[in-house]
Design a protein around this ligand. Structure first.
Ligand SMILES: Cc1ncc(COP(=O)(O)O)c(C=O)c1O
Length: 455
């Protein structure tokens, strides 16, 4: 039997209300638990009766009705599959049922509980980052990670005359270049091979030239390949050679799982998002920035929605968002942060993810698969594998067959090598990696791929 925490409030608000429904306990929220109420229609008709006769006691009645209904696991062979997939991806990532359950109710944006939730999250993220609120602020931004990166560039650089240097070795570095171009920011690029880490000595050469930069940016974990970049070294070089430059780090896929000393690395702005290593559901990202930087940014943003200055002024004043907040994602994220604490914070999480990758690497090596990266630059967030040279290997087919078994992997994202990627992050454990390996072996057999695979 599933246990539901029913919504305690009726929302008569412009955008969050589920009043069109007879109650807050909607079909989709029930299904999120991975279970299907086989008598859902029975429930609806019984609930309608109950609702007609006694609208004011409807929620508690509905709850007892739900609890009396039979449940069954809904299998993936059904045309509308609701089976739980295991996501071995860079995002969206799987999260625990406990986290998903925390969002199975509505809460108003001005509700004191939600306001406390926002305060808790902003404070806790600074704590996880290892910085104090005297020096830094945490600014949640509605949307995915890219929205927060875009918002950071738009906000911290003036509208006219700013020049940025993006150090890139993959798609997410290249995305920062695109963000600058679309915001009209003059951008220079220092590129490195996608299967190599960025080289601090080369960055130093670039910074010793005649051009000075208002901002230098780099990705910590370049999720397109799995490379971890030497951010602390790069930060030191930036501040030694261009002391007035801001140093921005996209730590979207590493924050909370790969330790990084923000002060020691001279970072002014660091960005991550809810549905990565902190294992919340998608819906918002966040920027942690120096107060002294943000204080100078009034009027910089070319975008109203992505203006971090306005966002933080409002949040500091009222703990409310300027526009519709991601209420459900934040409720889930608060629960995810509790799980993060219980697991032993960054240290605990990094141990599990590294253990996941160790199981994966050992098994994939036995099956003959070759990693794209040299172990000296590979992180434990995601692993890229080269396509084997077997005439029967075909990635879309390989992917679909694994997907049919409820294992979701990811295509490669490096430009000059045919690869696929397997993530180790999210609600994944060594046993899940072992189960994936069995599935990979079965799929290879079914596709007629000779094992160990050949190159
Ligand atoms: C390092 C990095 N930067 C940026 C992004 C973009 O984030 P999103 O897809 O949430 O917009 C990702 C997504 O995986 C990422 O891994």
């Amino acid at each position: 039997m599933i246990s539901l925490s029913p919504a305690k409030k009726c929302l008569f608000t412009p955008c969050l209300s589920t009043l069109a429904r007879p109650c807050h306990i909607t079909r989709s929220s029930l299904l999120t638990t991975g279970y299907f109420l086989s008598s859902y229609h029975d429930f609806v008709s019984r609930f309608s009766q109950c609702h007609k006769s006694s609208p004011y006691h409807s929620i508690s009645r509905a709850r007892s009705q739900i609890n009396s209904l039979p449940t069954r696991r809904y299998f993936s062979s059904s045309p509308c599959s609701l089976a739980e997939k295991k996501l071995f991806t860079p995002g969206p990532l799987g999260v625990t049922l406990n986290v998903k359950e925390a969002m199975l109710r509505d809460v108003g944006s001005r509700d004191s509980e939600f306001i406390e939730c926002v305060k808790f999250i902003r404070h806790k993220l600074l704590d996880i980052a290892g910085v104090s609120d005297e020096d830094f602020c945490c600014i949640p931004v509605q949307g995915s990670g890219t929205f927060a990166v875009d918002a950071a560039f738009q906000t911290v650089l003036p509208r006219e005359g700013a020049r940025a240097l993006v150090i890139e070795n993959g798609s997410y570095g290249k995305r920062m270049v695109k963000i600058c171009e679309s915001a009209g920011i003059e951008v220079h690029t220092q590129s490195f091979r996608e299967d190599q880490a960025v080289e601090p000595e080369v960055v130093e050469d670039a910074l010793q030239g005649p051009v000075t930069y208002d901002l230098v940016a780099v990705v910590h974990s370049e999720t397109s390949s799995g490379v971890i970049n030497p951010v602390t070294e790069v930060g030191r070089i930036v501040k030694e050679n261009n002391p007035d430059s801001l140093f921005l780090v996209d730590a979207i896929s590493s924050f909370g799982a790969v330790s990084l000393d923000i002060e020691k690395s001279n970072i002014d702005i660091i960005i991550s998002s809810a549905n990565k290593c902190l294992q919340g559901v998608p819906g918002f990202a966040f920027v942690i920035a120096r107060n002294s930087v943000i204080a100078q940014c009034k009027g910089n943003s070319r975008s109203l929605a992505l203006d971090l200055y306005d966002q933080v002024v409002q949040l500091d004043k009222t703990s409310q968002f300027r526009f519709t907040p991601p209420t459900h994602s934040m409720l889930a994220f608060k629960r995810a942060l509790e799980e993060f604490e219980a697991e032993g914070r960054t240290e605990g999480r990094s141990k599990r993810y590294a253990a996941n990758r160790a199981v994966l690497c050992e098994g994939m090596t036995k099956l003959g698969f070759q990693e794209l990266l040299d172990p000296s630059v590979a992180g434990y967030i995601i692993t890229s594998y080269r396509y084997p040279k077997d005439p029967n290997f075909n990635f879309p087919d390989f992917y679909n067959r694994l997907n049919e078994k409820d294992f979701v992997i990811y295509p490669g994202k490096v430009l000059d090598a045919d690869c696929f990627r397997i993530g180790s992050i999210g609600d994944l454990h060594p046993a899940d990696m072992a189960a994936l390996l069995v599935a990979v072996e079965e799929v290879c057999h079914d596709m007629g791929i000779k094992l160990p695979v050949q190159y």
